[in-house]
Design a protein. Structure first.
Length: 107
């Protein structure tokens, strides 16, 4: 029998939860970006800026967000993938906060 080394009350999140969280932040990021574009701001990511100029921002953003979400869900059982997933979620959290602060200052 294998002993569970986690402390009592420790919560372990599933890959589905982490993937869903990433996708939610990705959708919020896309919505905030579109609002910022409407207010005259420009995309700072060079690849996404090019896609925005080409009219492909939304399809590319959706495809990347869903693709990364699927990778998180599938690879989450791997310890390294979990660290990468939570690092990505943290980055998306910071990007969302940046958007919200910037949009509230612009309003």
């Amino acid at each position: 029998m294998i002993r569970d080394k986690r402390p009592p009350g420790h919560t372990q999140f599933s890959g589905t939860f982490a993937a869903l969280l990433y996708v939610i932040f990705g959708v919020v990021d896309m919505a905030c970006s579109l609002m910022a574009f409407h207010l005259g701001f420009h995309e700072l990511n060079p690849l996404l800026a090019w896609l925005a100029r080409s009219g492909l921002f939304v399809p590319a953003k959706v495809a990347m967000t869903v693709g990364i979400g699927i990778l998180i869900a599938v690879l989450y059982s791997n310890r390294v993938a979990r660290v990468a997933a939570w690092s990505g979620i943290l980055a998306m959290t910071m990007v969302t906060a940046y958007h919200l602060v910037g949009l509230s200052a612009a309003a």
